[in-house]
Structure formats: structure tokens, C-alpha cells
Design a protein around this ligand. Structure first.
Ligand code: PLP
Length: 371
């Protein structure tokens, strides 16, 4: 964490308002109850900082990450909540998964046997979730095989079945039929077994908002917890907000003549004598190069366009007749006075989804946590 005076030295930073995270969590918790709340914080908590988000997310029941490495990072930061590893594991990772008390996903008889073999020489226990295939074809046992895995776990005293889950391939309302078919596969699977003491979970953010989706015992709410959503939120959820801002400062000012090319390759040419400022952030930080000649920034509450190609460490903004001075704060994502630039806006320019924009900001940009 960075203290306030040091903050003044930063030329670019991401501001994270942990109070808003807590408000989002409490709203979602009320909305999903009695289902348990699993917060996926893979990919550095969608760019927000994995350890800080885990520490602030007191209200949730479970955390989920994608890999052993992310799980270890959390345990080494003394996070004691149950942690589910969503991806498939490698044989070499089994011992660490067990030693760090990470819950991991089993989706084949072969993998279950590998776990049993390692446990046979110890008194340790493995905590697992059985992952069923319903339509992603990514990781998951076909229901028939799932049943065999389930039965075999019943005979393995050292393998504890904590959960059974799957993941839907769609979440848009117009895909209701596809979604309902996949839910049905999951439902018929769990109908065949004794679910007592086993957490069944299926839905992600998009699908908890679909009224036709059954929630089972737990839901995995990533994107919505971070305050991002596709369609407007109603009533009790309408206070959910993003709490991620990307900021920088003007480091240089210049006047450029008419007909001048701007930045690498001169992809922009001035049509009149104009005024430009340089901002010390670029694709080397995760501010995507696709935003060249498309993105905008906020300075003194006004929008100004990015001109020319975004460089690795810097970009250029045309301020024209606008007011701006070296040292002024620049908002690339977030609010300034009445104006706002959203992650959605960036994602649209980059022809991608908000998830990819958020995950793209790397460690070169310091995170500053506000409480
Ligand atoms: C990332 C992930 C989630 C969370 O999805 P959101 O759309 O961010 O809510 C849930 N389940 C699995 C298996 C995931 O990989």
C-alpha cells in the first residue's frame, strides 16, 4: 500500500475504493441468500489486486481462483477462507494443493486416482469439488463419468467431497433455451445423488440476474461484485457500482503546427495549429494500443481525444483550446466532475469485453487503496 505523500509522486495509478466493494458485496449477499457467496478473484482479482480484495471481502463465504499459484499467494497472505481452484490441476501440483488446504476441481477418474495414490502414503486429506460438463467442453466430467467419480470418492476416506459444480456457456437473457438445457443437465445429475453436506454451485454474475436460473447452494459472482454488469440493475441492486479508476498526470505540454504527424507512424495529422499534452501511460501498462485515435481522457472535467498511436509508456492528447497544465490529474477510467469514462467504453473501442480490459493492467501501475 502507498501512503498519501508518495501518491503525489506517482505518474499513473489505479484507485480502488474498498468501501464500495464492501457495499457491492453486502447488496449481492442479500440478493442471493440463502445461497452462499463465492467471490472469484482470479487474474489479480480482475486487475483490482488479489490479496487486498481477499482481505476486504470479509462478507463472502468462499474465494475462487484459477491456479495453484494464485491459491498459494492468498494462503501466504494469511487468507483463511475456503479457496476453490477452478482450473484443472497437474499431477505435480497435488501435494501443494493439499498442503495449502486449497479445494480443487476433479473431473476424471484418472485424476482422482492420482490424488488417492499420493494420499495413500500420508494421513492428509484432499478437499475436492466434482466438476461436471454441461456445455463449455472446457473442463468437466460427462455426467455418466461424474457418477463413477462420485461413487469412487464415497469409498476414499481421505478425499472429501466439498462441492459439485459446473459452469454455463451463456448468460444473456436471449439465450434462455441454451441456459435452461444446461441447468437441466446439472439438475438431473445432482438429483441422482445424496447431496447432504455437499455444496452444489452453477451460476456466475450474468446468470444470477436471470430470473429463470435456479441458484442451488452457492453462486460464483465475479464481475458483478466488481461493479460491472450488462443490463441496468433493478431495485435492491441499483446501488452496485464500479470502484476502479485509472489516473495519471500531464507530464509535458506543446504547441504543434498544422499538418504535423503525431506519434509513431503519423497515424494522425493535425488539421490546424493545436495544443497537445503528453500522458505517461501506454500499452506497457495495459492501456490498450487499440485505443489509439479512439480513446478519450478527462482533464479538468472535460473530455479530450487521444491522437496518434499509443506508445509503450506514453500517449498524446489534443487539448485544442482547452485548459490544462503540466501536473494536472488525468482520468483514463472513472469520474471527474460530471464526466465519466467507463471500462465498457474502452472495451467497445477495443472490440472486447470489460473482463479483458480490467485484467490487462499489470504491476507497473500501482494500486492505491482508499478506505
Ligand atoms: C471466472 C469464473 C466465474 C465468475 O464469472 P463472472 O462472470 O465474473 O461472475 C464463475 N465460475 C467460473 C468457473 C469462472 O471461471
Amino acid at each position: 500500500m502507498i501512503t498519501k505523500p508518495l501518491h503525489k509522486c506517482l505518474s499513473k495509478w489505479i484507485e480502488i475504493d474498498l468501501d464500495q466493494l464492501k457495499r457491492n458485496i453486502s447488496l449481492i449477499k442479500d440478493f442471493i441468500k440463502p445461497a452462499l457467496y463465492c467471490l472469484p478473484i482470479k487474474a489479480n482479482a480482475y486487475g483490482h489486486g488479489i490479496v487486498e480484495i481477499a482481505k476486504a471481502a470479509d462478507g463472502v463465504d468462499y474465494l475462487a481462483v484459477s491456479s495453484l499459484e494464485e491459491g498459494i499467494a492468498l494462503r501466504e497472505a494469511n487468507i483463511e477462507k475456503p479457496i476453490l481452484i477452478l482450473g484443472a490441476f497437474l499431477k505435480e501440483q497435488i501435494e501443494s494443493l493439499i498442503d495449502y488446504k486449497l479445494e480443487f476441481s476433479v473431473s476424471s477418474i484418472y485424476k482422482l486416482k492420482l490424488i488417492e495414490k499420493i494420499l495413500a502414503q500420508t494421513t492428509k486429506k484432499a478437499l475436492v469439488h466434482l466438476k461436471i460438463e454441461v456445455g463449455m467442453q472446457r473442463v468437466g466430467a460427462r455426467p455418466q463419468t461424474g457418477l463413477e467419480i462420485f461413487q469412487q470418492i464415497q469409498h476414499s476416506p481421505n478425499v472429501l467431497l466439498k462441492g459439485i459444480y459446473s459452469h454455463l456457456s451463456h448468460s444473456e437473457e436471449q439465450d434462455q433455451e441454451v441456459i435452461e438445457n444446461q441447468i437441466e443437465i446439472f439438475k438431473s445429475f445432482i438429483a441422482q445423488i445424496d447431496r447432504q453436506g455437499i455444496i452444489c454451485h452453477l451460476l456466475n454474475s450474468g446468470n444470477i440476474l436471470n430470473p429463470f436460473c435456479e441458484r442451488f447452494d452457492m453462486v460464483r459472482v465475479g464481475l458483478l461484485s466488481f461493479g460491472f454488469f450488462e443490463k441496468p440493475l433493478k431495485n435492491e441492486l441499483s446501488e452496485i457500482k464500479s470502484f476502479f479508476s485509472l489516473k495519471s498526470r500531464i507530464t509535458y505540454f506543446k504547441v504543434v503546427d498544422e499538418g504535423c504527424g503525431i506519434s509513431y507512424g503519423h497515424s494522425y495529422k493535425t488539421d490546424k495549429r493545436s495544443r497537445f499534452v503528453t500522458i505517461p501511460i501506454g500499452y506497457g501498462d495495459g492501456y490498450r494500443r487499440d485505443l489509439s485515435n479512439k480513446g478519450e481522457v478527462l482533464i479538468r472535467g472535460k473530455r479530450f481525444p487521444i491522437r496518434g498511436n499509443i506508445c509503450m509508456d506514453q500517449l498524446l492528447v489534443e487539448i485544442g483550446d482547452g485548459e490544462a497544465y503540466v501536473g494536472d490529474e488525468v482520468v483514463l477510467i472513472g469520474k471527474q466532475e460530471a464526466e465519466e469514462i467507463t471500462v465498457d467504453e474502452l472495451a467497445k473501442h477495443c472490440n472486447t469485453i470489460p473482463y479483458e480490459i480490467l485484467c490487462g493492467f499489470n504491476q507497473r501501475v500501482q494500486r492505491l487503496y482508499l478506505e
